[in-house]
Ligand binder design. Structure first.
Ligand SMILES: Nc1ncnc2c1ncn2[C@@H]1O[C@H](COP(=O)(O)OP(=O)(O)O)[C@@H](O)[C@H]1O
Ligand SMILES: Cc1ncc(C[n+]2csc(CCOP(=O)(O)OP(=O)(O)O)c2C)c(N)n1
Ligand SMILES: [Mg+2]
Length: 275
């Protein structure tokens, strides 16, 4: 077991652990860290882009639970060298995301540190939460959008090559309205943050199912992390309805497998705690 899983297992055995967020009494609580040199290097993105993405990766978890983000708690560790202009750029990024998704920042903490580290808690609302545990035998398994480019762009950044400012690595694209609209047909869902193969392993574990793939999924597609696309399962009888809604919202669907008895394990390892 890797250190991440070991730690999570030992910190709590609560039933709330294991999803993109914890559902309690109509609200979903989720948090994600966005740390310099772990999630970004300061040379790669502007401060506004960093702050914006730190919010988006958090909002992604809420959407994957079929919840509407409402409030954010924001902890920021700021390097001493940052000027007031830098701080303004950061606030612009946070505010842009809050405006786009109608979220209020209701608190947080601000400290000084060597690096820029951001931790965000999102409180969101839902009357129909979708968990990773709900996939049923026979369900179709689907992800949205196109996978692979994010990892390629990350590789470019590590080689000091330039990438487009429209890259999903800089600005992930979320599809909340599409997902809220199809939610009543969805049995299980999560977002793709670690890469399709790793996230399928999590889905398999949570729902106690395996997958029968309709076609081979290449490594390029399967190990690209930080895509923030949606991964979900649904009963075959809802396929046409979901496809129609996807068309309306201009969302690409990739129905790539069927849920079956068994389990899915990937040989690829989580990028966290590599050694
Ligand atoms: N330090 C922690 N304390 C308590 N719960 C944690 C901690 N880290 C992760 N978790 C929980 O463990 C589960 C898996 O977390 P994580 O790996 O970040 O999510 P994901 O599966 O989306 O990558 C989530 O439910 C998360 O809330
Ligand atoms: C400097 C740097 N190194 C490596 C990566 C690649 N990377 C960082 S986090 C991550 C996956 C998802 O992050 P995580 O914090 O686990 O999100 P969660 O699954 O908890 O939502 C990847 C592929 C990066 N973005 N930046
Ligand atoms: Mg993780």
């Amino acid at each position: 077991m890797n250190k991440e899983d070991f730690f999570i297992k030992h910190i709590s055995n609560s039933k709330y652990i294991g999803d993109d967020g914890a559902f309690i009494d109509g609200f979903v609580y989720s948090m994600d860290a966005f740390f310099e040199n772990v999630h970004f290097k300061k040379e790669w993105m502007s401060l506004k882009q960093i702050a914006y993405k730190s919010m988006i990766v958090n909002i992604s978890d809420a959407i994957a639970m079929n919840a509407k983000p409402k409030y954010a708690l924001l902890s920021v560790a700021i390097p001493k060298t940052y000027t007031n202009k830098d701080l303004k750029s950061l606030t612009k990024g946070f505010k842009k995301a809050c405006k786009e998704f109608d979220i209020k920042i209701i608190g947080g903490d601000t400290i000084q540190n060597e690096k820029l580290d951001i931790s965000i808690t999102i409180v969101s609302k839902t009357s129909n939460p979708i968990f990773r545990t709900g996939a049923k035998n026979g369900d179709l398994v689907c992800y949205t959008g196109t996978l692979g480019e994010t990892r390629k762009d990350l590789e470019k950044l590590f080689k000091n090559d330039k990438i487009s400012k429209n890259s999903k690595f800089i600005k992930p694209i979320l599809n909340p309205e599409f997902f809220y609209h199809i939610s009543k047909y969805v049995n299980a869902s999560m977002d793709i943050s670690d890469g399709l193969f790793l996230d399928l392993e999590k889905l398999s574990k949570s729902s106690k199912i395996g997958f029968e793939f309709f076609e081979n999924i290449s490594e390029d597609i399967g190990i690209s992390g930080e895509e923030y696309e949606l991964l979900f399962t649904f009963d075959e009888k809802n396929k046409e309805k979901i496809e129609k809604i996807a068309k309306k919202y201009n969302v690409k669907l990739n129905i790539f497998a069927k849920a079956i008895n068994g389990e899915f394990k990937t040989e690829y390892k989580n990028h966290h705690f590599k050694d």
